[in-house]
Design a protein around this ligand. Structure first.
Ligand SMILES: [Zn+2]
Length: 425
């Protein structure tokens, strides 16, 4: 029997343990926002990983965005040293899940098993991946106790809200320093035969147009900020959206529709604030003197962030030329630069070989339309050798009746275990 056959048998023997681990994690509701039960899930992981011989650290992201006495941002970093020098492979999973939403036919925090699937909020995104990486590491250590280098497993907070109390904080503290960690696998649900190399960039901004308040019966005495914003939207329709559709990328973004620049108008509000639902009166007649729009621009590795911003300013200048009283502001809310690991990177090559071995198919290389914690590992940690690879179907993330396939968890655990054999023996 080869080492890889032994690993397959070892992981198969742990199938029930893998299911139980995933269920336990689902039964700790780590809803974010607000960021509940982070300490509870870290304590659970701490007990589990201590038993498996890991040295563990619980790290609170004190002072990070979102951290408070009521909702502390706890993270766990566990490290198991091999018996001789070598490289470190790090599995990073976020421990938070998004709100439940409506439309469930199963208990979102029950971890029910039905037809070879485990149901619950976070099964797919991404506690199934976290469980698979833990069992992969434990099975590998059982059959190769004299491995070289080190294995790290982290459970981190707040990925769903930007990762500032999680991976960003740890990266700032040096946990992803290339001197400490050489390979990072993030078991996000990208499907078990796909390697995710990175993600597009994000630029969120708020545009505000200004007017002058007046009585609504004499709008000519004021200046309507909403009409100014209407002109901005028309300019976007006429020039910006067609231009964005022409900007195609060589990044293998999935789905296909995201293989170009995109812009979403996230929200728009002009004039009086809306009253509570139980308010029975009418609004007062006023010409609105302010209108605000939040835009969500996703950009490509071929684009420059300055160029992305300049496009919006060009739209606003064009409107100003036609409207004498037009005035505006643009405020940046968030920026994330695109990131993409080279296909030739060692972690990509290793996981690709493992997918071929385990599944008998060539991997598909993809890039995510939205961002995830790889941005912090790349930009703050300065570590390029990072991918997302894990079980679960991406389209199920954040949906009602979210589930993860048990066979998919087992197969991806085999891929992760095979990768450890390649990198650490
Ligand atoms: Zn996720």
């Amino acid at each position: 029997m080869t080492l890889k056959d032994t690993l397959t048998a070892e992981i198969e023997a742990r199938r029930d343990d893998l299911i139980a681990l995933c269920q336990d994690l689902i039964r700790i509701p780590t809803l974010n926002p607000p960021g509940e039960n982070y300490r509870e899930i870290c304590d659970y992981l701490d007990r589990r990983l201590l038993k498996s011989g890991f040295h563990t650290e619980l790290v609170r992201a004190e002072g990070a965005k979102g951290d408070s006495a009521k909702y502390p941002r706890w993270n766990i970093v566990a490290r198991r040293e091999g018996t001789r020098p070598g490289e470190c492979v790090h599995f990073n999973s976020h421990i938070d899940v998004v709100e439940v939403g409506r439309g469930w036919t199963t208990d979102p925090f029950g971890g029910e098993v039905k037809d070879g699937k485990i149901y619950g909020r976070g099964t797919c995104d991404m506690k199934g991946g976290l469980a698979a990486s833990i069992v992969a590491a434990e099975a590998f250590i059982a059959i190769c106790p004299d491995f070289a280098g080190a294995i790290e497993i982290s459970g981190t907070a707040d990925e769903e809200s930007g990762g500032f109390g999680g991976v960003a904080y740890l990266a700032e503290k040096g946990y992803f320093d290339p001197a400490r960690v050489q390979h990072v696998i993030i078991p996000e649900p990208l499907n078990k035969d796909r390697i995710c190399l990175g993600h597009r960039g994000v630029w969120w901004a708020e545009i505000e147009t200004y007017g002058e308040i007046a009585h609504g019966s004499m709008p000519f005495l004021g200046d309507c900020a909403v009409r100014h914003m209407g002109a901005v939207m028309q300019e976007m329709e006429d020039t910006l959206f067609p231009a964005l559709a022409q900007k195609r990328t060589d990044m293998p973004v999935v789905p296909e529709g995201a293989r170009q620049s995109t812009l979403n108008i996230n929200s728009i509000h002009g004039g009086e604030a809306e009253q509570d639902a139980d308010y029975t009166g009418l609004p007062s007649p006023c010409v609105p003197d302010s209108c605000r729009m939040v835009i969500d621009r996703r950009f490509l590795i071929e684009e420059d962030i300055d160029e992305v911003q300049e496009e919006i300013h060009a739209i606003l200048r064009a409107v100003k030329e036609r409207r004498a009283t037009f005035s505006y502001d643009v405020r940046e809310l968030q920026r994330v630069l695109p990131t993409m690991t080279e296909k030739s990177a060692p972690v990509v090559q290793t996981v690709a070989r493992a997918i071929t071995d385990v599944l008998g198919t060539d991997p598909q290389y993809v890039v995510s339309p939205g961002t995830y914690d790889q941005k912090h590992i790349d930009r703050i940690g300065r570590l390029k050798n990072c991918i997302a690879y894990g079980p679960g179907i991406l389209d199920l993330a954040h949906k009602p009746d979210e589930y993860v396939g048990i066979d998919d968890m087992v197969d991806s655990a085999r891929v992760m275990g095979n990768s450890l054999i390649d990198l650490l023996t």
